[in-house]
Design a protein around this ligand. Sequence first.
Ligand SMILES: NC(=O)c1ccc[n+]([C@@H]2O[C@H](COP(=O)([O-])OP(=O)(O)OC[C@H]3O[C@@H](n4cnc5c(N)ncnc54)[C@H](OP(=O)(O)O)[C@@H]3O)[C@@H](O)[C@H]2O)c1
Length: 331
Amino acid sequence: MLMHYKAITFVKRPTTDITPDTFETITLETPALKEGEFLVKQTHMSLDPAMRTWMQDNPSSYIPPVAIGEVMRAFGVGEVVESKNPAFTVGARVVGVTGWAEYVLGGPDMQVVPAELPVEALLCVLHVPGLTAYVGLMEIARPKAGETLVVSGAAGSVGSLVGQMAKAEGLRVVGIAGSEEKCRWLVEELGFDAALNYRSANLAAELAEATPNGVDVYFENTGGAAQHLVFDRLNRFGRVTVCGMIADYSREVPAPGPSWVDINIKALRVEGFVIVDHYDKIPQATQALSGYLQKGQLKYRAHVLKGLDSAIDGVNLLFSGENKGKLLVEL
Ligand SMILES: NC(=O)c1ccc[n+]([C@@H]2O[C@H](COP(=O)([O-])OP(=O)(O)OC[C@H]3O[C@@H](n4cnc5c(N)ncnc54)[C@H](OP(=O)(O)O)[C@@H]3O)[C@@H](O)[C@H]2O)c1
C-alpha cells in the first residue's frame, strides 16, 4: 500500500556550523516493492557527530559524502512493515543505515535484531557506540590492568563505555568532559576514578593530580582544549586511540596536533580507526559488551528527542555539548 511520509534532505553543505537551511523537509511516497525488497517504518534514529563529516566533500574520507538533494544519512532502528524478502519478514525489528525519514527501503547492511531487546540498549551500547568503544579500546589501545587511561568526550556515548570497560579491565580511569554535571555523573554513577572539566582554568594542574603515574592510554574523542595537556603526560610506550575529533569537525582549518618528537622519543603508538573497517569484529564485540552488561558493568543514558523534525536543530546538541548521553530521535 502506498503511503505518504516525511523525509529530510540535505540541501546545503555547511562550511562551519550546521544551520537549519542545511536541510529541507519533504514528503515522499513509499515505493511499490520489487522482489527482494522490504519497507521499514523507522522508530528510532541515532544522531551522531560523524554526520558533520558526512556533509563534507572530502575525497579522503572513508565514506562518500551525502549528496546534495539526498535524504540525510543516519543509523536507525525500525520495524519491517511490508516485505518481498523472506529474510526480513513483516514485524521483524531491524537496525542499520536508514536516513532522516519516517520510512526507508531496507538495505543489504540491515540486520534483524531480537524484538525484546530494548531499543536504547541497542543504540546506546550494542550498535555503533559499543563497537567503537570495543575496537578502539580492546583492539587498538590494548589496555593492561594497573595502567592509567584518559578518555575525552567521556560523558558521551562512546567515551562513557570506554571508561567503564577500562574500569572493568582494572585500569585507573580519568574522564574529560565539558560540564560539572557530566563530571559528577562519571564519578558518582559510572565509577570513574576522576573526571575533569576541560573548561577549567586549572586543567593542567588537575590533570597532573588525577594522573600521578602519567598516562598510558589516551582515548581521543574530541581534540580541543585537553589534547596537548594529556599528550604531554603520556608515558613511554603510551598508546593514543584517535577515535574522533569533534572539536575540529566544524572548523575550516583543524587545530594543530601535538609534536611528533614525543612519538619518537617516548615510543608512542598513535592510531586512528573508523568502525566501518572493523565490522568483522561485531561478534566478539557483541559478546564482550553483553558480558559487561550482564555483570552490571555498563551503565548508559539516552537523550531522546521526539519527532523527525527535531533532528534539524537537535544534531547541534552534539556540538554544544548539551546532549546528556546517546542522542536519539524517537519517531
Ligand atoms: N572512529 C569511529 O568509527 C567513530 C564512531 C563513533 C563515534 N566516533 C567519534 O567519537 C566521538 C564521540 O562520539 P559520540 O557519538 O560518543 O558523541 P557524544 O560524545 O555522545 O556527543 C558529542 C560530545 O562531544 C563533546 N564536544 C563537542 N564539542 C566539543 C569540543 N569543541 N571540545 C570537546 N568536546 C566537545 C560534547 O560533550 P562535552 O559536554 O563533554 O563537551 C558532546 O556531548 C566523536 O568525535 C565521534 O565522531 C568515532
